[in-house]
Ligand binder design. Structure first.
Ligand code: CDP
Length: 227
């Protein structure tokens, strides 16, 4: 019997392994993967490059009209990459410059409304894995499978440092730790759709888990929910 198509929402704190897990799960079960954080990062990049002040609602709403975000599959490295107004920004959106700014930008209601609408459209046909902060609580409250990921903050900082090193970026561990704490605070305290565990989400703590274990944890849940 064929599995029924569902929506898998993966939420949680930064650098818990959400994207890595979501990507591998999607590839393994033939679903699309959407990195909602990449969309917020692309908007933050646009604001930085165009000197848009987040305290200027007019400038914010005008720029949101001018922003077009999409994902394209790169055959060479087998990865889905983020495009901002037709330009590949996958590397730029992962720099500390953007990382320092993104949570303030993501706290703006106008930004959340615009990206939220686009994310909901992407889930219309189901068969999707989306990761973020408010996917199970706000974007897809009826998602059949919700996973909430967490991990020890020192492990998270270390993993993020390694990830940046793989992109040839050397960043001090303390700087990463401070940034994670700051973003956790903004993400959990903002007024619109703060990061919180949906009541029906299943917690996945990745402190002592390998990537393979995390991925099979979610795939096992998918098997239960989709049959
Ligand atoms: O990669 P990392 O886990 O550090 O973060 P991300 O998933 O790329 O998301 C970057 C930032 O975007 C987060 O710290 C949030 O402030 C924001 N975000 C959000 O508000 N809502 C989402 N659904 C996804 C990300």
């Amino acid at each position: 019997m064929e599995n029924k198509k569902i929506i898998i929402a993966i939420d949680g704190y930064s650098a818990c392994g959400k994207s890595t897990t979501a990507k591998a799960v999607a590839a393994s079960i033939g679903y699309s993967y959407i990195d909602s954080g990449a969309m917020y990062r692309a908007v933050a990049l646009y604001f930085l490059d165009n000197y848009i002040k987040i305290t200027d609602p007019k400038a914010v709403s005008k720029s949101l009209e001018d922003i077009e975000i999409s994902f394209r599959f790169n055959e060479k490295n087998g990865a889905s990459e983020t495009y901002l107004n037709g330009i590949n920004v996958e590397d730029q959106i992962r720099t500390m410059r953007v990382t320092q700014k993104v949570s303030e930008v993501a706290a703006l209601k106008a930004v959340r409304d615009k990206l939220g609408e686009q994310q909901q459209k992407m889930g219309k046909k189901k068969a999707i894995v989306m990761d973020g902060r408010d996917i199970g609580t706000h974007i897809f409250p009826y998602a059949e499978l919700k996973v909430f990921m967490e991990a020890d903050i020192n492990i998270r900082a270390y993993r993020r440092q390694q990830e940046l090193l793989n992109r040839d970026k050397v960043v001090d561990l303390d700087e990463i730790l401070e940034n994670l704490k700051k973003r956790d605070h903004i993400d959990t305290h903002r007024k619109d759709n703060p990061l919180t565990k949906a009541e029906d989400a299943i917690v996945l703590n990745t402190t002592d888990r390998t990537i393979e274990e995390q991925v099979s944890f979610v795939i096992d849940l998918w098997k239960q929910k989709s049959t």
